[in-house]
Design a binder for this molecule. Structure first.
Ligand code: ATP
Ligand code: MG
Length: 277
């Protein structure tokens, strides 16, 4: 898979930055982060598309309250064009939804690989950021989706099970994909500073046990914490984006800060302010 990392997609400077949002354990907040980060980046003037890369168990449509007639499945099977499948989400960004329950996409066949790659290639020139909301864990489909990204955001919560699973996933990204670094978002934190401390601990374990093939350990870059916030669940229950429903709540402010950091360090590091209005 390392060859894909060197492909024009991953190294493209002219087109979109491709960011995979992934995790070891399920249910830690990948879809919440992807959708709300997209809204926050859109507010900063970026052209953003979120791709539901959890092909078999997609649920981005549920969170955004969208009912698409055309999905990625129709693009893959040639029944619709890519343009027909791209939907405008309430937060001012675009989405490409996968549709749920497509058993045929739970396995990585050469056809799925080719179609997926083709879709990403077509999207890169048209956006500033592509966010790939992947499934959890280290299945072939998840790892393939992550391999298409130039940057990886690993979402974890402070729970021990989430952290051991994050460790396992990061280990695979270091050894199989030869990643030099991944960026960490610690979600559902209880206190300020929790995420940094957790990231430091995880880094120490990785330094002891994992090298990425170059003899060096993979570097974790802590990009932010999102506090546990009852407004998140309320927004999900209403099927609204947090950034739209309660933009001033602590979790929404944390997502805005995350967007600012990523904008300035990953998406357009050359622009001094990072904002394009
Ligand atoms: N910061 C937070 N504060 C409170 N609750 C949260 C927070 N982040 C996520 N949640 C809760 O966790 C639930 C699961 O989040 P989400 O669906 O984004 O996880 P996921 O990682 O995408 O799951 P899956 O692995 O199934 O795709 C949300 O519906 C929400 O109720
Ligand atoms: Mg999800």
């Amino acid at each position: 898979m390392s060859n894909i990392l060197n492909s024009p997609i991953a190294s493209s400077v002219l087109g979109a930055k491709v960011l995979a949002v992934t995790s070891g354990k399920g249910g830690v907040g990948k879809t919440f982060v992807s959708a709300n980060l997209a809204a926050a980046l859109a507010k900063r003037g970026r052209r953003v598309l979120v791709l539901d890369a959890d092909l078999g168990l997609a649920n981005l449509d549920v969170v955004l309250n969208l009912h698409p007639k055309i999905t990625l499945h129709d693009v893959f099977t040639g029944k619709a064009t890519l343009d027909e499948a791209i939907v405008k989400a309430p937060g001012g960004f675009s989405v490409l939804l996968a549709g749920s329950g497509m058993v045929e996409y739970s396995r990585l066949t050469p056809e799925v690989r080719d179609e997926f790659l083709q879709v990403i290639r077509s999207l890169v020139p048209r956006f500033d950021v592509l966010l790939l909301d992947t499934g959890a864990g280290i299945s072939d489909v998840v790892l393939f989706a992550v391999s298409l990204a130039s940057e990886v955001l690993v979402v974890a919560t402070p729970e021990p099970t989430s952290l051991t699973d994050a460790y396992a996933a990061i280990k695979v990204l270091a050894t199989q994909q030869k990643r030099q670094h991944v960026r960490m978002v610690i979600n559902q934190t209880a206190r300020p500073g929790d995420g940094r401390a957790i990231t430091t601990q995880l880094q120490q374990v990785l330094d002891r046990f994992v090298t990425n093939g170059t003899g060096r350990s993979i570097r974790l870059i802590h990009v932010g914490d999102i506090p546990a916030d009852t407004s998140v669940r309320e927004a999900v229950m209403r099927r609204q984006l947090l950034m739209v429903n309660t933009p001033g709540c602590p979790a929404a402010l944390a997502v805005s800060e995350l967007a600012r950091k990523l904008d300035e360090t990953v998406i357009s590091p050359a622009e001094s302010s990072g904002a394009r209005t």
